[in-house]
Design a protein. Structure first.
Length: 410
């Protein structure tokens, strides 16, 4: 039986949405040139379940259910329901763009014609946090014939959403009061949902009132509160940080290999890329030398945790073999000579060619010419910029309640 609330189907519109979604993942700094995406994503899911690099603001976790409820209260089902939700989401985009604050609005650049809508981007999070709790209105125990009363229709529509979901604003979707800022009730509700759904995670830990993140951290382990996180969060964060630091050297070496081939081919659009990546590798070596945690790093526990999160990692023997060989070189100090060590250069080059095949920049002249000068060269931070924004939204929503109370007392 087809679900009236299925997130994706085979329609042309949804295929276009998925193509745009894939474009968003193709940023040159986030490409998975060395085939470590499974491990990166497993770390991200362990630290911040339900999140993705496409998420923008926390209030979308409420806006998407409100869009469905707005369509469902009309008694629509199947394709008609999906079409109405699409129209409602675009009305919301227009309303948000008319507001004073447009940071994080999905469709900020493309406007109401944007193809990838919030319902696609936040689908997994809504399930992960228990905000979407059931099946669609076609489920046997909800198949009620002849409903005409608006209150009954609304009750039926709310069946797949958490029963305490905050009410949508009065003029929604034509107006979205407050834009993407959470009200105190909404902030508290989202905090409670995530604390309940993801206990013992770094995401939940950072939602505690005293652990609000700042704006100046580039990675989660740069937050003072994270450095004091209890177990098992603390050891997971340490593994994630060490993994990020160690594998970054392989990414820089790969870019150095591309840069060398780029200059050897007589290409000049990127200025002195070989010197730039030799310098980046030198500075990476300094960070590795200063990191005491790499010495004696017991990686078996890390692998066990990652495989538990994503069992498919266990069957990806080539990725693990590459990572372990590179990490052994980092731990032994051999990677300090990575720029000139032929065995390490071969290790990285062979891995990239195995992952990319004919799309490898080390053999594909056409792709070499289109190189942006940086391909997967940033350190892994496990969705931190997006997660930090969502955490701050929820903290600010909850804090607004305290601020209002203080103003009232004054």
């Amino acid at each position: 039986m087809a679900s009236g609330l299925s997130w994706l189907d085979s329609s042309r519109d949804d295929q276009n949405r998925m193509r745009e979604l894939l474009k968003l993942f193709s940023d040159t700094e986030s490409r998975d040139e060395l085939g470590i995406g499974q491990i990166r994503d497993a770390f991200s899911d362990l630290l911040f379940p339900g999140t993705s690099v496409l998420q923008a603001r926390a209030r979308y976790l409420l806006i998407v259910p409100w869009c469905y409820q707005e369509a469902q209260r009309r008694g629509l089902r199947g394709d008609r329901l999906a079409a109405q939700v699409d129209r409602t989401e675009r009305k919301v985009i227009a309303a948000l763009l008319r507001g004073d604050e447009t940071e994080g609005v999905i469709g900020r650049r493309a406007g109401v014609g944007v193809q990838t809508l919030p319902s696609s981007i936040y689908a997994a999070a809504l399930l992960e946090y228990g905000i979407r709790t059931g099946d669609d209105e076609d489920a046997p125990n909800r198949r009620l014939a002849g409903l005409a009363d608006a209150d009954e229709l609304t009750e039926r529509a709310s069946g797949i959403w958490h029963p305490t979901l905050p009410a949508r604003p009065m003029k929604f979707p034509d107006e979205v009061e407050g834009g993407l800022r959470l009200t105190p009730d909404e902030g508290r509700w989202l905090r409670e949902r995530i604390l309940t759904a993801a206990p013992g995670t770094l995401l939940a830990y950072l939602l505690e009132p005293e652990h609000r993140p700042g704006w100046d951290s580039d990675a989660p382990w740069e937050e003072p509160a994270v450095l004091a996180a209890p177990e098992p969060i603390g050891s997971l964060v340490q593994d994630a940080a060490l993994f990020s630091l160690a594998i970054h050297g392989a990414a820089l070496l790969y870019n150095l290999l591309v840069a060398e081939r780029y200059e050897e081919s007589g290409l000049t659009e990127r200025e002195a890329p070989v010197d730039r990546y030799r310098d980046k590798l030198s500075r990476w070596n300094e960070r590795v030398s200063a990191e005491q945690g790499l010495k004696g790093w017991a990686r078996s526990g890390m692998w066990d945790r990652l495989v538990e999160r994503n069992p498919r990692i266990a069957s990806n023997a080539t990725a693990r073999r590459f990572i372990d060989r590179w990490f052994d070189a980092v731990a032994s100090g051999a990677a300090t000579a990575a720029a000139t060590d032929q065995s390490l250069r071969n290790l990285v080059a062979e891995r990239e060619r195995a992952v990319k095949k004919g799309q490898s920049r080390l053999i594909n002249d056409k792709l070499l010419r289109t190189w942006s000068g940086a391909s997967g060269s940033r350190p892994l931070v496990y969705r931190w910029p997006q997660v930090r924004r969502i955490l701050v939204d929820i903290h600010d929503g909850c804090a607004a309640d305290l601020s209002e109370a203080a103003n009232a007392r004054a």
